[in-house]
Design a protein around this ligand. Structure first.
Ligand code: ACO
Length: 366
């Protein structure tokens, strides 16, 4: 490589591709999918419509995306996992097994994107039941993906408020540009590998707490803080130890994350979390004030995970399913990026700066 080539650790600020899927204006706190503002999509759209929009570019009023039945081989693989398996590991394993069973090949197609997105909630629900010693439940073809996921977890249809709230969460989580997991998916597809490999790799990237593991840690954090009065000393002590506040900060947004704002409105409609939410809102105010004081030149605002925690709790999901539920939502974006990458494919293979020893030679043996 040329030693003159620009180097940015973590690819910060590097434009590594072009996309027509999400427009993110980090300075102004704006997010659009194919031009439609996220607030409008949450209020007037469904996850099925948003997924079709991302895959095909069309806004279809009749879009319906039910969960798909799990092939028996995939259920068998899930049965073999220890009951204390991390849910992200279980989902990644299920997607990998599904890829082997369905034999998905390059190039990715809209049909493959629909199929993998529709299988994922069935796989996660099946794992969640199996670890409790319960049998998986077949999907209800009348329900959309979010409601269908809750149905397959519990065996009863969710009420309208829970179904709408989780669907809104899925809309908000569907797509977000060149984040680490999406970039991973695109790198994998760029080698002419298949869509299931790309999604399995993306799940692996999303598993890290700096990317998708934050909402369950937000719940822990608020639990540890306890009362609003305790918030300021707790936050100051955490920052002084060099630790990060979960649910705050973002690589792109320097303004309030518009997804956090949308999810906060959704959470306000869920009576089951009203007390928790009131405390979360009060603690957020303290956190934003302390963070602004602590890093005056680097705005660290609330991110999507903070209020995702409220919505996911409000619909009754256990925190150990939060990251994998986020992964379900992101399937539409990952697979849309696979399609977009394949359409104008260039192998993604950046250069690296060598910083190891200069040329040297092995000791001569007699
Ligand atoms: N709490 C405390 N300090 C923070 C936080 C935070 N939440 N976020 C950033 N900082 C500080 C860092 O410590 C660093 O300080 P330093 O320069 O003194 O070392 C500075 O801000 C820059 O941090 P970077 O990691 O270089 O910058 P970036 O803005 O890319 O960080 C990240 C983004 C990794 C998401 C970070 O904000 C973070 O770790 N947040 C907490 C975890 C979280 O909520 N993740 C979910 C993100 S949303 C999503 O992935 C869907």
């Amino acid at each position: 490589m040329s030693t003159e080539a620009a180097y940015s650790p973590g690819l910060k600020g590097v434009v590594a591709g072009e996309t027509g899927l999400a427009m993110i204006d980090g300075g102004a706190g704006r997010l659009q999918y194919r031009g439609y503002p996220i607030g409008e999509l949450v209020e007037h759209g469904s996850y099925a419509q948003v997924a079709e929009l991302l895959w095909t570019g069309e806004w279809r009023t009749d879009a319906h995306l039910p969960c798909a039945p799990l092939p028996a081989q995939v259920t068998d693989v899930l049965r073999q996992l220890p009951t204390d398996t991390n849910a992200m590991d279980a989902l990644r394993t299920a997607i990998s097994a599904w890829g082997a069973v369905s034999g998905t090949l390059w190039p990715p197609s809209v049909e493959q994107a629909r199929a993998i997105t529709a299988i994922a909630p069935s796989a996660l629900a099946a794992f969640a039941r199996l670890r409790e010693g319960l049998e998986p439940i077949d999907p209800d073809p009348e329900l959309g993906l979010a409601a269908g996921f809750l149905y397959q977890l519990r065996g009863e249809r969710p009420d309208d408020a829970a179904a709408r709230a989780l669907d809104a969460y899925f809309v908000v989580g569907a797509e977000h540009g060149f984040n680490a997991s999406t970039f991973t998916a695109r790198v994998i597809v760029s080698t002419h590998s298949d869509i299931a490999s790309a999604v399995a790799g993306a799940i692996g990237a999303l598993k890290g707490p700096w990317h998708g593991g934050a909402p369950s840690e937000v719940v822990d954090q608020l639990h540890q803080i306890g009362s609003v009065e305790q918030a300021e000393p707790w936050i100051r002590a955490t920052l002084a130890r060099g630790e990060r506040l979960m649910g705050f900060g973002h690589r792109v947004y320097r303004a309030y994350d518009p997804r956090a704002a949308a999810l906060r409105s959704v959470a306000e409609g869920l009576a089951s979390v009203s007390d928790w939410l009131a405390r979360a809102v009060a603690i957020e105010e303290v956190a934003l004030r302390v963070l602004a004081e602590w890093k005056p030149d680097y705005p660290i605002k609330t991110n999507v995970e903070y209020y995702a925690a409220a919505v996911l709790q409000g619909v009754g999901l256990p925190p150990n399913l939060f990251p994998a539920t986020f992964a379900l939502a992101r399937h539409a974006g990952w697979t849309a990026h696979c399609l977009e990458q394949a359409e104008a494919n260039v192998l993604i293979r950046p250069d690296v700066r060598y910083v190891g020893p200069a040329e040297r030679h092995l000791p001569q043996t007699a």
